[in-house]
Ligand binder design. Structure first.
Ligand code: HEC
Length: 112
């Protein structure tokens, strides 16, 4: 009796975890699966209320721009502490840098 109940509990937990992984894995394949890390855990916990987290990972920004974006989201109501914001910005700047890869906004190219 006891044993059966415990088995059911474990199975339920496994099912919940599997569902969670499937949801995370459901991000569009074109953007790739976000690499794991403490920043990703926080993003999944804090950043999926107003828009999908997948929409975040389609962006590429310099560290400054990511910091500005995360600050904007906090202003809008994302429940992040300053320490969590830093973890999130570190993660996004490392994994989704600006297209030139230099981590800085590209300087405007002169017209001619
Ligand atoms: C309270 C609601 C809310 C939460 C929570 C939230 N956002 Fe947003 N986010 C928005 C809205 C509204 C927009 C679209 C408006 C816009 O583009 O400025 C947006 C747009 C974005 C964009 C695309 C526009 C841009 O400036 O690049 C990114 C990236 C983004 N959010 C990242 C995040 C991250 C990272 C978090 C977690 C720290 C987060 N959001 C949490 C409301 C939210």
């Amino acid at each position: 009796m006891n044993r059966t109940n415990r088995t059911k509990g474990v199975l339920g937990l496994v099912a919940m975890l599997a569902t969670g992984y499937m949801l995370i894995g459901a991000a569009p394949a074109t953007t790739g699966t976000p690499p794991p890390g403490p920043g990703l855990d926080l993003i999944n916990q804090r950043c999926g209320f107003c828009h999908t987290t997948a929409s975040i990972f389609t962006n590429h920004k310099s560290r400054d721009d990511w910091a500005a974006t995360v600050q904007q989201m906090a202003d809008r109501g994302a429940a992040v502490t300053p320490a969590e914001m830093k973890t999130i910005v570190d993660y996004l700047a490392a994994n989704y840098p600006a297209a030139n890869g230099a981590g800085d906004a590209p300087s405007p190219t002169p017209g001619s």
